[in-house]
Design a protein around this ligand. Structure first.
Ligand code: MLT
Length: 404
């Protein structure tokens, strides 16, 4: 047996494992020093009570032979898919049906697995910095040499530019908006340009909208399907993690429109919805019934209200962080329509130097921008996902140090 050598083409640790290992080493070396976690985007507010009650009831139902349910549909239970289609899409005038929705154990799994749909020879366009799973998953699948970096720098306002005519045609483009890690959003016109590119070049867009609930600006699209033509070129991935505390519970969904068709190597037209259904039914037995019942409770009036409150709570943190860093004279992005705050490392430090500096001087743990790709070097990311009290405490610590 030989291993998949593609694994050896990546750094040994996943970004957030490396960050966690460094925080652990810091804690061991500095017992008694408090660490304020603002690195990984893990939420702190508890699960909504409406979710807890529904999951309790679902567990009780599984304990009665009359209501027991074993394997569910691999695509997800109809009750949840219908609630998503009606609330997240049709109520906003977006044409998506429940047959186009696939429930999963979280957006990360779907983002990691979606590469099963593409030929190994496809050219992959990745905005850089970007969520590391896009790159790592393509490396594991044998496409490291097929990745084209779309640099997002201060000069481009951290937005990817359309490939120029002399660049290789990109077959699959990963876009994440509101962006992780920079917090930047795309306007309708900017997203339309990517949809037009995909249409013109027979490309596929993987649209990661895990943070869409954080958009408060009505002019910013929350779904790629708000853009004319997107149903024919885009898959959208969403999550319950960042709005409803599901980072540990695990549930998300992916939309694969029925009119999204691409060709096989013989030129035959193939439905991606059918391929994804085939992929999921082979490799996945569906998200837990109890979890899907809990997720469905988020579509009740009480569920909607809690999500709104949670988003407001985390946004207050993100805004406070953004304002505090700006007041210290740093260059800051995000913190508007996004729970992430992205800022230039102080005093010309590299990302990891700044990570160590902030941790040692203030106890605040951040995520080094370079962990999201080489274009993130010299930048850091903080999250608004800690408690308001801890966020204010972190700000008071940051206010006491010299950053420029
Ligand atoms: C992040 O911090 O970038 C996210 O929490 C990662 C994730 O959602 O998997």
């Amino acid at each position: 047996m030989k291993v998949n050598s593609n694994f050896l083409k990546m750094p040994e640790s996943y970004l957030f494992s490396e960050v966690a290992a460094r925080i652990k080493a810091f804690r061991e070396a500095n017992p008694g020093k408090e660490v304020i976690r603002m690195d990984i985007g893990d939420v702190t507010l508890p699960l909504p009570s409406v979710v807890i009650e529904e999951m309790k009831q679902a567990a009780a139902d599984l304990g009665e032979s009359s209501t027991f349910i074993g394997y569910g549909p691999e695509q997800g239970h109809t009750f949840l898919r219908e609630a998503i289609a009606a609330t997240d899409y049709r109520s906003r005038g977006i044409d998506i049906s429940e047959t186009e929705i696939f429930i999963s154990d979280g957006a990360k799994s779907d983002i990691g697995n979606v590469g099963d749909l593409f030929d190994v020879d496809n050219v992959i366009g990745l905005a850089n910095p970007g969520y590391p799973v896009y790159f790592d998953a393509n490396v594991i699948d044998g496409r490291k040499e097929r990745v084209v970096i779309l640099p997002c720098t201060q000069a481009t306002d951290f937005k990817p530019q359309l490939p120029s005519e002399d660049m290789a045609t990109i077959d699959v483009i990963y876009l994440c908006y509101p962006n992780n890690p920079t917090g930047v959003v795309l306007t309708r016109e900017e997203l339309q340009a990517w949809v037009d590119y995909a249409k013109a070049h027979d490309a596929l867009i993987i649209f990661d909208s895990a943070y869409e609930a954080y958009i408060s600006d009505e002019n910013i699209p929350r779904s790629i399907y708000e853009i004319p033509g997107a149903r024919k070129v885009a898959i959208e991935v969403r999550s319950f993690s960042k709005t409803a505390g599901f980072t540990g519970v695990r549930c998300g969904y992916t939309v694969v429109p029925e009119d999204l068709k691409k060709t096989d190597t013989d030129g035959n037209e193939v439905s991606l919805n059918k391929l994804w259904r085939r992929r999921q039914s082979t490799k996945f037995n569906g998200a837990s019934y109890i979890v899907q019942r809990g997720a469905c409770a988020l579509y009740s009036p009480a569920g909607r209200k809690t999500i709104e409150e949670n988003v407001g709570y985390y946004m207050r943190n993100a805004c406070a962080l953004r304002d505090a860093l700006q007041a210290k004279g740093l260059i800051v992005y995000g913190g508007e329509n996004s729970p992430y705050v992205w800022f230039k490392a102080p005093k010309g430090m590299t990302s990891w130097e700044a990570f160590d500096f902030l941790l040692e001087e203030t106890g605040v743990s951040s995520t080094p921008g370079v962990g999201f790709g080489p274009e993130g070097e010299g930048w850091l990311r903080l999250t608004g996902f800690n408690s308001y009290e801890k966020t204010l405490y972190a700000i008071s610590k940051i206010n006491n140090i010299c950053l420029i």
